[in-house]
Write a protein that binds this ligand. Structure first.
Ligand code: API
Length: 283
């Protein structure tokens, strides 16, 4: 079976995008993983599958598979690539689109200047919604500095836990270039306190409107940018009194912009979306 795809990226976070609006595509996790494999397949951080919606009032459904073949709830950079894909392919003439994902509806918008802003919905901050097992910390009052102690590699790090539909654990570091992302990122991803695993963010605060960020992504390893990770980091930084909205998020692959006006409000993510090439592969 021949499979057409479009290779895209958002600030270096790269995707295989598949148009399954004519006919749904169902592969096993191993088959998704093989497609995303950088040696044996096309290679990508995530695979995005565009389908017709099943939810009322939505224009599309969009499924997300990590490099390891796991299906996940949300992808911020992917949402922008999605908008560029459906627009360029003529699958819609709308510029404001409602997209059904595994966990909720997002509303990406193609701006007049060609940039793309995504309403990522409101963050969920209760540990049980992330999910983060905080039972052992029942006496812990988050207090003014909402970060939770987490024992990693014999040390205690303090993480803010945030769900953007997908789980994030964000810590503040002095310098992202020297932060132990490769060493403790995987340990946090697979930490027993995160029953669904977690994306591990490392945030350096440059000023109240600018951070640098590296993310060890669940199911993909460190990526050059992470959209939901940028949203989670900004929410965490604002709640910890370190940041004011909007915030420029400098990732290794490029800059994103995140705005959040506070509890109960949506997080808005803006940034680039680029088509690299079209391809076809034999499944
Ligand atoms: N690795 C993430 C999914 C992709 C998120 C990221 N690429 C983004 O732009 O938000 C997870 O397992 O939750």
């Amino acid at each position: 079976m021949k499979l057409k795809f479009t290779k895209m990226h958002g600030a270096g976070n790269d995707f295989i995008v598949i148009d399954a609006t004519a006919a749904p595509i169902e592969l096993s996790p191993a088959q998704w993983q093989r497609l995303a494999d950088r040696r044996f397949g096309i290679g990508a951080d995530q695979i995005l599958v565009v389908q017709k919606p099943s939810a009322e009032g939505c224009d599309f459904k969009y499924r997300i598979f990590n490099n390891d073949g796991s299906e996940v709830e949300q992808c911020g950079n992917g949402a922008r690539a999605f908008v560029k894909f459906v627009t360029d392919k003529g699958l819609t003439d709308k510029t404001s689109i409602r997209v059904e994902t595994m966990k909720g509806v997002i509303a990406p918008r193609l701006e007049a200047d060609g940039s793309i802003t995504v309403d990522m919905g409101a963050p969920r901050l209760d540990p049980s919604e992330v999910p983060f097992d905080a039972a052992h910390l029942s006496g812990w009052a988050e207090g003014d500095d909402p970060a939770w102690p987490l024992e990693v590699a014999g040390k205690t790090v303090f993480v803010s836990v945030v769900s953007m539909g997908n789980p994030h654990a964000v810590q503040v570091v002095d310098n992202v270039d020297t932060a132990p992302v490769g060493e403790i990122g995987p340990l946090i991803e697979h930490h027993a306190r995160f029953p669904a695993r977690v994306n591990a963010g490392f945030m350096q605060v440059l000023d109240r409107h600018h951070i640098r960020l590296r993310v060890h992504e669940r199911g993909a390893g460190e990526t050059l940018a992470c959209g939901t990770g940028a949203c989670a980091a900004v929410v965490a930084g604002i709640r910890r009194g370190l940041l004011d909205s909007p915030v420029r998020v400098s990732a290794r692959g490029g800059d994103l912009s995140v705005a959040w006006e506070g509890l109960g409000q949506s997080v808005f993510l803006s940034g680039p979306a680029v088509t690299v090439f079209e391809g076809e592969v034999e499944l």
